[in-house]
Design a protein around this ligand. Structure first.
Ligand code: GRF
Length: 198
């Protein structure tokens, strides 16, 4: 599957999809949108005529079969001949088999300056730590959460009256500029993804 010059991009979403929207604005050719739940981003993809796959996750408990769920994701990616996955607010942690098959070709955006503040409370944690700045990171995702080689980062100052919401929104402004830029560089061959990252 893997190729050094990926062309077919799938965007993974779970929520608002403002990063996905920014990709559309910048004319990133998105071949497929995959969601783990009904969400605004999925509706938006349908509106603009991009093929969608809802692989609904119904179980958020400890009995969730991550391996089986990941297999379903892989089947959809294979069927659609996807070369590169761009996670954009996708809220399910996927199993190792995906990261093995798509090794080096899964991107993620995270709302902190990695390796600082990993996890789904990154913005709150940066505020709580009294940091003076935080930001966003576009990186190659691996089976380890919010890990993997960093492709690009932008910093954002933390202001005295910031709440998690105001800070996250300012971070997202930077993500929406940076993520499409990174994707453009990959598509044009200016940024070559390493084949193996672990
Ligand atoms: C982004 O801040 C991303 O870093 C985080 O989830 C948010 C997604 O926002 N993982 P949106 O759905 O693209 O608006």
């Amino acid at each position: 599957m893997n190729t050094k010059t990926p062309k077919n991009i799938a965007v993974f979403v779970s929520g608002t999809g403002s990063n996905f929207e920014a990709m559309l604005d910048k004319h990133i050719p998105v071949k497929l949108v995959v969601a783990d739940r009904p969400c605004k981003a999925l509706d938006r993809a349908k509106e603009v005529g991009i093929p969608t796959e809802l692989i609904e996750r119904k179980n958020f408990g400890v009995t969730f079969d991550r391996g089986l769920y990941t297999q379903k994701i892989l089947e959809v990616l294979r069927t659609n001949d996807i070369h590169l996955v761009a996670m954009a607010g996708f809220m399910t942690i996927l199993g190792e088999s995906l990261f093995t098959e798509y090794d080096g070709f899964i991107l993620n955006t995270h709302p902190s300056l990695l390796p600082l503040f990993k996890g789904d409370r990154a913005v709150r944690d940066a505020l709580g730590a009294g940091a003076k700045e935080t930001g966003c990171t576009i990186h190659i995702a691996t089976a380890r959460l919010d890990d993997g080689p960093i492709l690009a980062q932008r910093s954002v100052p933390i202001l005295p009256n910031d709440t998690t919401e105001t800070l996250h929104e300012r971070i997202k402004i930077e993500e929406r500029a940076l993520y499409p830029e990174v994707l453009k560089n990959i598509l044009s061959g200016n940024l070559v993804l390493p084949h193996r990252v672990v």
